[in-house]
Each structure stands twice: as C-alpha cells, then as structure tokens.
Design a binder for this molecule. Structure first.
Ligand SMILES: *[C@@H]1O[C@H](CO)[C@@H](O)[C@H](O)[C@H]1NC(C)=O
Length: 326
C-alpha cells in the first residue's frame, strides 16, 4: 500500500521537462531486463540476440523482436583472459558480424567505475550463443591520466576499413582504425569526434550507422545510473542524442548545424517520457522487416530505478529530411 501511494508522486517527479512526444517502446515479453545492450539479429536464421552488462555479459535470445525473450547464459562467463582490474566484470558489449570470416565479434570493456585505466577487448563466435565465444584479449588501452577512456566500443566498416568508435566522459568520443577485427592499425592514434565541453563532459556509449549518404553518430548524454539512490536533477539523466555527417570519421553536426565536437552540438533523439526514464546505452540495427530500429535500456518507475531493473526498449525509427525520430 505504502509503495503504491508513492508511485504517483514519483511519476510526477520524473516527468520530463520537454513536451516532445515520443512513441512508447515496442512490445517486449519474457525476460526484458537489459543494461547497456549490444544487439544482433543473427544472419543465418534471423534470431535476435541481446547482450547486457551486469557483473558479466548476459545473453538473451528470442525468435521475435517482441519476445518472448529468454535468458540463455553468459558470453565469457569466467571473464576476460586479460590481466587487468575489472576482468571478471566486463562491460558494454558491442556485436559485429564479419561476412568474410562469417564470425561474430564482441568488443567489450575492462575497467572499473570512474577509471581511465581501461582496455577494450574482443572475443569471437560462430553463432552468438553462450559457450561459443573465444576470447582474443586486449585490442588497446587507455591510461589513468590520458584524454580518453577506452570503453564503450562500437565497430563499423567504412569501404572495407574497420573503425572502432569509443569513449566516455573526459575528452569525449574518439575513433581508432583497425587492421582487422582483432588489432588496431600500427601506430594509429585515437581521433576525437564528439565532445561536451560543459559540466562533467557526460557523453558516452557511441553507436554509428549509415543510411542513404549519411553517417549517424548516436550517444548517451547525462548520468547513466544510481537513480534509485540519488536522483539526478530533472533533465540531467541519460538521454539519447544524434549527430550526422557525410563522413564516417568526423564532421558530425546536429540538426541546427552545430558541431558535435567543437560547439557542444547534439539533437535529442529520445529522452524521458511517460514510464520511460533515462533511456540510453543505445544502438541502431537494421531489422529484416522493420528497417532501422533503435534499441536501448531505460528505467520504468513503476518497476524500479536500479540498474538491475532496467528494461529493454526498442522503436522503429521514423525519418524526415534525413533525420531520425522516435
Ligand atoms: C552537455 O552537457 C551539459 C551539462 O553540462 C548538458 O546540459 C547538455 O545537454 C549536454 N549536451 C550534449 C549534446 O550532450
């Protein structure tokens, strides 16, 4: 009773500042927990796989995007082979498929909260299932007092050149070219592609995709969590931001033309609304029947605000003038 009577006031407290209308998340049945999801629709049979962060990397699978979703196990249940703090608590999986090797690659983060002494590692699998993953260890690392944090990787292929986008806080989002799925190009240095010069520089979780002549950079802006213990000021919680460029490797601007690197640009794609609070950790994939789909996690105040209660959200993107909306 007490809990129920608290809910309306909590909902009021969490009411978003903006009047922007967003479509509610698509249907999800079964086990819909997710945190910092990586996502892939398997090439061979169209089955959906969702990878989430929670003291390891958990895999959920379903034959339909709407569910029923089932927890099927972990990727790298023993952690990473890399000897580094955080190696049994891997984060922020990103899933890519290489048509040449017909293998799936999972880029993961090894770090501890608030540290830039971090590593991006990689594992591969023929079919995305638990037990099928081979760890290949570290790709590259960042240092404790450096300008960037080697976490939150996202893989893209640009005219055959493989590029990882990564980063979180500090100097923001960066890219580094790879010589193949398992190694950084020799001598390559990270290049800054997005930065928020204000506050505590809270942008992270980059995801890049291509559509009709434009490369889109999405990221999460604001505070990711601890909503259950310390609610952020209204509007300072996670939201999903988009920028675009005709190049995959820089020149990203928002809808007003403001640079996302030098002018704190970024257009909101999805922010808190209704029972969706703090959406982020997002990515975009091309569904076999629905077109471009945004996936993310969010807190539903009627379920709870802790990371262990975050829900999986997805929306088919709508397009106007070459910009996506939810
Ligand atoms: C940049 O950070 C400030 C907080 O310092 C925030 O108000 C603003 O929305 C952020 N902008 C982007 C594009 O992330």
């Amino acid at each position: 009773m007490k809990l129920l009577s608290l809910l309306p006031s909590l909902a009021l407290l969490l009411a978003p500042l903006t009047t922007a209308q967003y479509t509610n998340p698509g249907e999800c049945t079964g086990d819909c927990w997710s945190h910092d999801p990586g996502f892939y629709q398997r090439v061979s049979d169209g089955r959906y796989f969702r990878f989430s962060t929670g003291g390891g990397i958990y895999i959920h699978a379903s034959n339909s995007l709407t569910g029923p979703w089932e927890a099927v196990g972990q990727a790298l249940p023993g952690g990473s082979s890399v000897d580094h703090p955080g190696n049994t608590n891997l984060w922020a999986p990103d899933i890519a498929h290489n048509p040449t090797t017909n293998l799936y690659y999972m880029y993961y983060s090894i770090s501890t909260l608030g540290s830039r002494d971090s590593i991006i590692g990689v594992a591969s699998s023929p079919n995305l299932t638990p037990g099928s993953w081979t760890d290949h260890g570290a790709l590259f690392h960042s240092v404790a007092n450096g300008p960037y944090n080697a976490i939150d990787a996202n893989w893209i292929s640009v005219n055959g050149r493989q590029i990882l986008t990564f980063g979180s806080y500090w100097n923001g989002l960066h890219q580094i070219p790879l010589s193949g799925p398992l190694a950084v190009e020799e001598g390559a240095q990270p290049v800054n592609i997005a930065y928020n010069s204000t506050g505590n520089h809270a942008i992270e979780a980059a995801n890049v995709f291509y559509r009709r002549g434009w490369w889109y950079l999405t990221f999460s802006s604001g505070r990711a969590g601890n909503y259950d213990t310390n609610l952020p000021a209204q509007g300072m919680e996670y939201r999903i931001v988009v920028c675009r460029s005709s190049s995959a490797t820089g020149g990203f601007v928002d809808k007003t033309g403001a640079s996302c690197l030098t002018a704190n640009g970024g257009s909101t794609l999805l922010a808190s609304h209704g029972n969706v609070y703090g959406p982020g950790g997002q990515g975009v994939f091309q569904d076999s029947t629905r077109g471009f789909v945004l996936y993310y996690h969010y807190a539903n105040p009627t379920i709870g605000l802790s990371r262990a209660q975050y829900q999986f959200g997805w929306n088919v993107l709508k397009w106007s003038g070459g910009w996506p909306s939810v």
